[in-house]
Design a protein around this ligand. Structure first.
Ligand SMILES: C[S@@+](CC[C@H](N)C(=O)[O-])C[C@H]1O[C@@H](n2cnc3c(N)ncnc32)[C@H](O)[C@@H]1O
Length: 317
């Protein structure tokens, strides 16, 4: 199959919101080319700690996307341009020029699907949208998740560590806060395990369409999973919106360097007796997070390991 490649020139600070806008008009799998150094949030999202120094940031981002050769390119680009003009009224997206740069002859856009197949996390089956559930698996707890712009397919050890803790601690009707919700996978598992309601927060605006798609794919009622974009660590408005002494469980699968400042903040959001399930901690940082939960006045409940990753669970007594 032939694909036409288009390159959209924008500003680095606008690239996330532009990618979300492209997703809203049906364009996914966008490649980013920029010279921006990774922020702590990027590192938290990508699970990398050290990156070599790159060239200086010039503020420009090139976003490459692909359309099938027989797609109605004119109509799609018209929708893209209209969506970008709407966006321009509240975000500086720079030139936002689109150029056709290349034709590729391979089905690369679908090629990666050969690397993502259904798999089990213990007794929970995670199935991408392009695969059928086998007859013998239909009685299992099934999660429909596709790899997308937000982190969280269930393949990563850190996600699996939290899923196992959710299976131990979720009670019917629980109110759950998921900090760094990404694809929403942890909230969706919690709801399937009987939780009553989930609030997800993330810094990444792409988490909003990702959670929305995954709710729909998993028949989650609209009102049972709310999303908020912002940084609960230092944004009082986000803390107020999330609410205080409200949650039976808080999950946070983020790097240790984010969990340390998050922990003292999150205690105020938890009910008495609530559980705090953290993950995303490299084994060398285990002691730092254990100390942070103790310093925040929480009681250490359990530390679990998978590969080089650690999950720390604590309770507010
Ligand atoms: C490793 S992913 C976890 C995704 C999903 N919850 C899972 O368990 O698979 C970490 C997520 O945390 C988000 N994140 C990083 N720092 C954050 C912060 N201070 N507040 C909210 N989200 C944050 C990232 O954008 C990313 O989506």
């Amino acid at each position: 199959m032939k694909w036409n490649r288009f390159t959209l020139k924008t500003k680095t600070e606008a690239e996330d919101i532009v990618i979300c806008t492209l997703a809203e008009v049906g364009i996914e799998g966008v490649e980013i080319q920029d010279k921006q150094p990774l922020t702590d949030e990027d590192k938290a999202q990508m699970f990398v700690d050290i990156m070599p120094e790159g060239p200086a940031d010039d503020g420009i981002a090139y976003l490459n996307f692909y359309l099938e050769e027989d797609a109605d390119t004119e109509a799609i680009l018209k929708d893209v341009r209209a969506a970008l003009e709407d966006l321009r009224s509240f975000v500086d997206i720079g030139e936002a020029t689109i150029t056709e740069s290349q034709t590729e002859d391979k089905d690369w856009i679908n090629n990666w699907k050969q690397y993502f197949h259904q798999f089990y996390v213990d007794d929970i089956l995670i199935v991408p949208s392009w695969e059928e559930v086998k007859e013998e698996d239909k009685d299992k707890m099934i999660l429909h998740i596709d790899p997308g712009t937000a982190f969280g397919t269930g393949m990563h050890e850190t996600t699996q560590l939290v899923i196992r803790q959710l299976k131990k601690f979720v009670k019917p009707g629980d109110e759950l806060l998921d900090v760094g919700t990404g694809s929403g996978i942890l909230g969706i598992v919690a709801l399937k395990l009987g939780a009553g309601h989930v609030v997800g927060t993330d810094l990444d605006p792409c988490a909003v369409p990702a959670v929305s798609e995954n709710k729909e794919a998993n028949d989650i009622r609209e009102e049972s999973f709310d999303m908020m974009i912002g940084n609960i660590i230092d944004d009082k408005a986000v803390q107020d919106q999330v609410g205080y002494e409200k949650y039976d469980i808080v999950t946070a699968n983020i790097l240790a360097d984010v969990l340390v400042p998050l922990t003292p903040v999150i205690v105020a959001q938890m009910k008495k007796g609530a559980y705090y399930i953290t993950s995303g901690i490299l084994d060398v940082k285990e002691d730092v997070v254990v100390q942070a939960v103790k310093d925040a006045g929480l009681t250490l409940v359990e530390v679990t390991h998978q590969g080089e990753w650690v999950s720390v669970t604590a309770r507010k007594d």
